[in-house]
Design a protein around this ligand. Structure first.
Ligand code: DAH
Length: 509
């Protein structure tokens, strides 16, 4: 069943940290325009069938002390491999770790158990099959996912661990935080490695008093705190076409109770984060000697959130939660009532519950007002020093103050795609011959690393006689930490051009 947001929404494997729905634009907000530019290209239906592009593959790779054999599916760059050991979510005082801890505080033990050190190497079964992704799902494509070999990959989302934890976390709930990996475009809000949190809460219908699951869930709901956010929730808890109840497994009363518990829990989480963001902004203003009278309208507005129907292969019904931020609706998480097939695989078919996933950088960028996702990976004291001490004392959280703005340097590269047919290369995630824009992005990242701010298609052209396709991309070289010299930018660009020709077989114009 495809949800109200259409095929593109149904096809994408994941949303968190990778916003894929257009927001309403508010002009003039730099953070807003940044987040708006993070739209992910819709997956094409046959991307999964695209043949492997040439990658220089070692025979084996070592990740976190374990050795894995590669095969022709291998497509992980040395840079990405090197990031598997960084674990930003575990670094004290790092904004990603602080965000994680704030979220954990809303889901307390002993009900919720925390899992923060699960290895990123998973099987295709864990990442896709166990969650009900169909075999031809575009999210499985080599253009989108980092493979070690045909059956083994770097997890693309924390949902990969749901079934395993439904089996082992007997307390009735868990939170996972972890690094996740996706091949993607280069811009200020996309990075091939980012962090997600997965949360779940479940009840065992064989263990609840009198076997009354709905009553048990409602009782737990009554024990949750309340909040004073404005919540818009115009849709019914489920809808036969758009957002169906799992009628073979749940009564309407059960699904409604689980949905209500889910929604309140996640509203409390969002309330906690955004209240802290507000407090941080107010504290910064106070430090600058501004009085509360100088508070902007946005600061004094009550927090508004809304529930939107969604589709995920592993939940039904499903939703996304959006937050009204600086005049626009911003999607922050995906969630739903867990598909009963997941609990069955975990050997616990009597469990019933909900799950959610949230992108930590996305939230941290709002909480700390961090304007470029590359900053999270910086070891520059001018970045890290701004958060020192805030890990133990959240009242010390302040909006990030950019320490410099170095000049950009644009360079274009134009090339003919391989193959003479019109199909010889489509753009933006649309499959065609053996071209995928993410392969270009990967070469750029590989050669120029964090010295590139973004890469954009500026021109495309199909030769009327031959049908050959030409593309022109503009690469914006700009380091966050220093001014690049002309000579080094030229050298990097020359290497990018050379490697594009060599690795992707395109013909430079
Ligand atoms: N795994 C999804 C993603 O990466 C997010 C998600 C959606 C997680 C719904 C969930 C869920 O647990 O129920 O975008």
């Amino acid at each position: 069943m495809i949800g109200p947001r259409g095929l593109a929404a149904a096809l994408r494997p994941c949303v968190c940290g990778r916003p894929s729905t257009p927001f309403i634009l508010q002009r003039g907000s730099p953070l807003r325009s940044l987040l708006v530019r993070t739209l992910r290209a819709p997956y094409s239906s046959d991307a999964a069938a695209s043949p492997p592009a040439a990658t220089r593959a070692p025979k084996t790779v070592e990740i976190n002390g374990k050795t894995y054999a590669t095969d022709p599916w291998f497509n992980i760059s040395p840079t990405v491999l090197s990031l598997t050991s960084r674990k930003l979510h575990l670094q004290k005082d790092h904004p990603v770790a602080i965000t994680r801890k704030i979220i954990e505080s809303v889901f307390p033990g002993p009900t919720y158990q925390y899992y923060n050190e699960i290895d990123p190497v998973v099987s295709t079964h864990e990442n896709f099959d166990s969650l009900g992704f169909p075999p031809d799902h575009p999210g499985r494509a080599r253009s989108d996912t980092y493979y070690i070999n045909k059956d083994t990959l770097l997890r693309t989302h924390t949902s990969a661990h749901e079934v395993e934890l439904f089996r082992t976390a007997q307390s009735g709930g868990f939170l996972i935080s972890a690094d996740v990996y996706r091949r993607d475009e280069v811009d200020r809000s996309h990075y091939p490695v980012f962090h997600q949190m997965e949360g779940a809460r479940f009840w065992d219908r064989n263990k609840v008093p009198n076997g009354d699951l709905a009553a048990a869930v409602r009782e737990d709901l009554a024990r949750l705190p309340t909040h004073n956010m404005q919540v818009e929730d115009p849709n019914p808890p489920f809808h036969p076409d758009r957002n169906p109840l799992q009628a073979e497994h749940h009564t309407a009363e059960e699904a409604s109770a689980v949905a209500a518990h889910l929604k309140r829990s996640l509203e409390l989480m969002v309330n906690e984060i955004f209240s802290r963001a507000k407090a941080a902004a107010a504290a910064a203003k106070a430090q600058q000697g501004q009085t509360p009278a100088a508070e902007s309208e946005a600061d004094s507005e009550p927090l508004r959130v809304r529930w939107v129907e969604a589709y995920f292969p592993f939940t039904s019904p499903s939703w996304e939660l959006e937050v009204f931020h600086e005049g626009a609706w911003l999607e922050v998480l995906g969630c739903g009532v867990s598909k009963q097939a997941l609990h069955a695989q975990a050997g616990a078919p009597s469990q019933v519950g909900w799950a959610f996933g949230i992108g930590l950088e996305r939230v941290a960028m709002l909480l700390f007002r961090i304007p470029d996702i590359r900053l999270f990976w910086s070891r520059d004291e001018r970045f890290l020093g701004q958060f020192r001490g805030a890990g133990d004392d959240w009242s010390r959280i302040r909006p990030f103050v950019p320490f410099s703005k170095h000049p950009p340097c644009w360079k274009d590269v134009s090339f003919w795609l391989r193959g003479a047919s019109a199909a010889g290369g489509n753009v933006k995630g649309v499959a065609g011959a053996d071209w995928h824009v993410n392969d270009l992005m990967e070469v750029v990242r590989d050669v120029a690393g964090d010295s590139v701010e973004d890469v954009r298609l500026v021109d495309e052209f199909t030769h009327p006689a031959t049908g050959r396709r030409s593309l022109c991309y503009r690469i914006n070289y700009r380091s966050l930490e220093r001014t690049l010299t002309n000579a080094e930018t030229n050298a990097m660009h020359e290497r990018v051009v050379r490697e594009l020709a060599e690795r992707l077989g395109v013909e430079i114009r």
